[in-house]
Write a protein that binds this ligand. Structure first.
Ligand code: TMP
Length: 213
Protein backbone atom coordinates (compact mmCIF):
# COMPACT_ATOMS: atom_id res chain seq x y z
CA UNK A 1 0.00 0.00 0.00
CA UNK A 2 1.40 3.39 -0.98
CA UNK A 3 1.75 6.20 1.54
CA UNK A 4 1.85 9.95 1.03
CA UNK A 5 3.11 11.76 4.10
CA UNK A 6 3.70 15.51 4.34
CA UNK A 7 5.47 17.66 6.91
CA UNK A 8 4.50 21.23 7.67
CA UNK A 9 5.82 23.68 10.21
CA UNK A 10 7.56 26.99 10.59
CA UNK A 11 11.12 27.45 9.57
CA UNK A 12 13.47 26.26 12.29
CA UNK A 13 11.06 23.67 13.74
CA UNK A 14 13.37 20.73 13.10
CA UNK A 15 11.41 19.48 10.09
CA UNK A 16 14.43 18.23 8.15
CA UNK A 17 15.63 16.06 11.05
CA UNK A 18 12.18 14.54 11.59
CA UNK A 19 11.78 13.91 7.87
CA UNK A 20 15.06 12.01 7.80
CA UNK A 21 14.17 9.94 10.89
CA UNK A 22 10.69 9.18 9.58
CA UNK A 23 11.98 8.18 6.15
CA UNK A 24 14.38 5.78 7.87
CA UNK A 25 11.55 4.37 10.00
CA UNK A 26 9.42 3.73 6.90
CA UNK A 27 12.36 2.18 5.05
CA UNK A 28 12.86 -0.19 8.01
CA UNK A 29 9.22 -1.22 7.61
CA UNK A 30 10.02 -2.24 4.05
CA UNK A 31 8.79 0.82 2.16
CA UNK A 32 10.51 2.15 -0.92
CA UNK A 33 10.80 5.71 0.43
CA UNK A 34 11.23 8.87 -1.59
CA UNK A 35 11.79 12.18 0.19
CA UNK A 36 11.25 15.45 -1.60
CA UNK A 37 10.43 19.07 -0.89
CA UNK A 38 8.43 22.08 -1.96
CA UNK A 39 8.96 24.39 -3.64
CA UNK A 40 11.36 22.38 -5.78
CA UNK A 41 11.96 18.64 -5.96
CA UNK A 42 12.31 18.66 -9.77
CA UNK A 43 14.67 20.57 -12.09
CA UNK A 44 11.79 22.84 -13.15
CA UNK A 45 10.59 23.25 -9.55
CA UNK A 46 14.09 24.17 -8.39
CA UNK A 47 14.20 26.98 -10.94
CA UNK A 48 10.82 28.22 -9.69
CA UNK A 49 12.13 28.01 -6.11
CA UNK A 50 15.00 30.36 -6.99
CA UNK A 51 12.55 32.97 -8.28
CA UNK A 52 10.21 32.56 -5.29
CA UNK A 53 12.88 32.84 -2.64
CA UNK A 54 15.01 35.57 -4.17
CA UNK A 55 14.96 38.37 -1.58
CA UNK A 56 15.31 40.88 -4.45
CA UNK A 57 11.82 39.94 -5.74
CA UNK A 58 9.97 42.30 -3.40
CA UNK A 59 7.66 43.35 -6.29
CA UNK A 60 6.08 39.88 -6.53
CA UNK A 61 2.30 40.15 -6.07
CA UNK A 62 0.35 37.55 -4.07
CA UNK A 63 -1.41 35.95 -7.11
CA UNK A 64 1.95 35.50 -8.89
CA UNK A 65 3.35 33.97 -5.70
CA UNK A 66 0.56 31.44 -5.33
CA UNK A 67 0.72 30.47 -9.00
CA UNK A 68 4.48 29.92 -8.82
CA UNK A 69 4.22 27.71 -5.72
CA UNK A 70 1.41 25.83 -7.47
CA UNK A 71 3.39 25.47 -10.70
CA UNK A 72 6.27 23.91 -8.78
CA UNK A 73 3.76 21.59 -7.05
CA UNK A 74 2.07 20.57 -10.32
CA UNK A 75 5.43 19.53 -11.75
CA UNK A 76 6.39 17.63 -8.58
CA UNK A 77 3.09 15.72 -8.44
CA UNK A 78 3.27 14.84 -12.13
CA UNK A 79 6.96 13.98 -12.36
CA UNK A 80 7.80 12.53 -8.94
CA UNK A 81 5.00 11.94 -6.44
CA UNK A 82 2.29 10.20 -8.49
CA UNK A 83 4.66 7.81 -10.30
CA UNK A 84 6.22 6.74 -6.97
CA UNK A 85 2.84 6.24 -5.29
CA UNK A 86 1.59 4.26 -8.30
CA UNK A 87 4.51 1.88 -7.75
CA UNK A 88 3.36 1.33 -4.15
CA UNK A 89 6.09 3.48 -2.58
CA UNK A 90 6.04 5.97 0.26
CA UNK A 91 6.56 9.68 -0.43
CA UNK A 92 7.65 11.97 2.39
CA UNK A 93 7.32 15.59 1.33
CA UNK A 94 8.71 18.66 3.09
CA UNK A 95 5.69 21.00 2.66
CA UNK A 96 2.77 20.58 0.27
CA UNK A 97 -0.51 22.33 -0.51
CA UNK A 98 -1.24 23.08 3.16
CA UNK A 99 1.66 25.56 3.01
CA UNK A 100 -0.28 27.47 0.35
CA UNK A 101 -3.43 27.57 2.49
CA UNK A 102 -1.38 28.65 5.51
CA UNK A 103 0.98 31.22 3.94
CA UNK A 104 -0.97 32.57 0.97
CA UNK A 105 -4.41 32.04 2.57
CA UNK A 106 -4.15 32.79 6.29
CA UNK A 107 -0.91 34.77 5.91
CA UNK A 108 -1.51 36.87 2.78
CA UNK A 109 -5.30 36.82 3.01
CA UNK A 110 -6.03 35.25 -0.39
CA UNK A 111 -9.48 33.71 -0.74
CA UNK A 112 -9.61 30.07 0.38
CA UNK A 113 -12.05 29.06 -2.36
CA UNK A 114 -9.69 30.29 -5.08
CA UNK A 115 -6.76 28.51 -3.42
CA UNK A 116 -8.74 25.27 -3.36
CA UNK A 117 -9.47 25.53 -7.09
CA UNK A 118 -5.85 26.27 -7.99
CA UNK A 119 -4.62 23.49 -5.70
CA UNK A 120 -7.08 20.96 -7.08
CA UNK A 121 -5.85 21.79 -10.60
CA UNK A 122 -2.15 21.69 -9.67
CA UNK A 123 -2.28 18.46 -7.66
CA UNK A 124 -4.78 16.51 -9.80
CA UNK A 125 -6.69 16.20 -6.55
CA UNK A 126 -3.91 14.34 -4.71
CA UNK A 127 -4.12 14.81 -0.93
CA UNK A 128 -1.70 13.51 1.71
CA UNK A 129 -2.70 10.44 3.73
CA UNK A 130 -1.18 12.04 6.82
CA UNK A 131 0.23 15.48 7.59
CA UNK A 132 2.57 16.18 10.48
CA UNK A 133 2.60 19.77 11.75
CA UNK A 134 5.60 20.68 13.90
CA UNK A 135 4.22 23.47 16.02
CA UNK A 136 6.55 26.20 17.23
CA UNK A 137 6.18 29.84 18.21
CA UNK A 138 7.27 31.64 15.01
CA UNK A 139 9.45 34.08 16.95
CA UNK A 140 11.45 31.13 18.24
CA UNK A 141 11.58 29.47 14.82
CA UNK A 142 12.81 32.58 13.04
CA UNK A 143 15.42 33.17 15.71
CA UNK A 144 16.73 29.60 15.28
CA UNK A 145 16.79 30.01 11.51
CA UNK A 146 18.47 33.43 11.63
CA UNK A 147 21.09 31.94 13.92
CA UNK A 148 21.76 29.02 11.53
CA UNK A 149 21.89 31.45 8.63
CA UNK A 150 24.45 33.75 10.21
CA UNK A 151 26.52 30.64 10.96
CA UNK A 152 26.50 29.94 7.21
CA UNK A 153 23.85 27.17 7.25
CA UNK A 154 20.37 27.18 5.73
CA UNK A 155 18.68 29.79 3.60
CA UNK A 156 17.17 33.16 4.56
CA UNK A 157 14.37 33.61 2.06
CA UNK A 158 11.78 36.17 0.93
CA UNK A 159 9.08 34.67 3.20
CA UNK A 160 11.33 34.71 6.29
CA UNK A 161 11.58 38.49 5.97
CA UNK A 162 7.84 39.01 6.48
CA UNK A 163 6.75 40.49 9.80
CA UNK A 164 6.09 38.36 12.85
CA UNK A 165 2.33 39.03 12.61
CA UNK A 166 2.29 37.27 9.26
CA UNK A 167 3.96 34.20 10.76
CA UNK A 168 1.56 34.24 13.72
CA UNK A 169 -1.40 34.19 11.28
CA UNK A 170 0.23 31.28 9.45
CA UNK A 171 0.56 29.34 12.71
CA UNK A 172 -3.06 30.03 13.67
CA UNK A 173 -4.05 28.85 10.20
CA UNK A 174 -2.23 25.56 10.56
CA UNK A 175 -3.81 24.90 13.95
CA UNK A 176 -7.27 25.65 12.53
CA UNK A 177 -6.75 23.35 9.53
CA UNK A 178 -5.53 20.58 11.85
CA UNK A 179 -8.61 20.98 14.01
CA UNK A 180 -11.04 20.76 11.11
CA UNK A 181 -9.46 17.59 9.70
CA UNK A 182 -8.03 15.74 12.73
CA UNK A 183 -7.99 12.33 10.99
CA UNK A 184 -5.34 13.61 8.55
CA UNK A 185 -3.30 15.88 10.85
CA UNK A 186 -0.94 15.28 13.73
CA UNK A 187 0.17 18.39 15.63
CA UNK A 188 3.43 17.90 17.53
CA UNK A 189 5.07 20.31 19.97
CA UNK A 190 8.34 21.07 18.22
CA UNK A 191 9.99 22.28 21.43
CA UNK A 192 10.10 18.69 22.74
CA UNK A 193 13.29 16.66 22.24
CA UNK A 194 14.07 15.18 18.83
CA UNK A 195 13.44 11.69 20.24
CA UNK A 196 10.08 12.63 21.81
CA UNK A 197 8.87 14.30 18.62
CA UNK A 198 9.98 11.31 16.60
CA UNK A 199 8.28 8.81 18.93
CA UNK A 200 5.00 10.73 18.64
CA UNK A 201 5.23 10.66 14.85
CA UNK A 202 6.10 6.95 14.79
CA UNK A 203 3.18 6.10 17.05
CA UNK A 204 0.74 7.91 14.78
CA UNK A 205 2.19 6.27 11.70
CA UNK A 206 1.88 2.84 13.27
CA UNK A 207 -1.78 3.55 14.10
CA UNK A 208 -2.39 4.71 10.53
CA UNK A 209 -0.69 1.70 8.99
CA UNK A 210 -2.75 -0.70 11.11
CA UNK A 211 -6.03 1.08 10.30
CA UNK A 212 -5.77 3.63 7.47
CA UNK A 213 -8.48 6.34 7.45
P1 TMP B 1 11.64 26.13 3.37
O1 TMP B 1 12.09 25.38 2.19
O2 TMP B 1 12.75 26.68 4.17
O3 TMP B 1 10.61 25.41 4.18
O4 TMP B 1 10.96 27.45 2.79
C1 TMP B 1 9.83 27.43 2.05
C2 TMP B 1 9.17 28.77 2.26
O5 TMP B 1 8.14 28.93 1.29
C3 TMP B 1 8.53 28.89 3.62
O6 TMP B 1 8.72 30.19 4.12
C4 TMP B 1 7.05 28.70 3.34
C5 TMP B 1 6.91 29.18 1.92
N1 TMP B 1 5.84 28.52 1.16
C6 TMP B 1 4.70 29.26 0.84
O7 TMP B 1 4.58 30.42 1.21
N2 TMP B 1 3.72 28.64 0.12
C7 TMP B 1 3.83 27.36 -0.35
O8 TMP B 1 2.91 26.86 -1.02
C8 TMP B 1 5.03 26.62 -0.02
C9 TMP B 1 5.20 25.21 -0.50
C10 TMP B 1 6.00 27.24 0.74
Amino acid sequence: MSLFLTFEGPDGSGKSTQIQLTAQFLANLGYDVLTTREPGGTPIGDQIRTVLHNVANTAMCAPAEVLLYSASRAQLVHEVILPHLKNGGAVVCDRYADSTFAYQGYGRGLEAEMLHLITQFATQGLKPDLTIYLDLDPAQGLKRKQHANSAGAGEWNRMDRLELDFHQRVRAGYLEMAQTEPERWLVVDATASIETVNQTIRRRLEQYLIAPQ
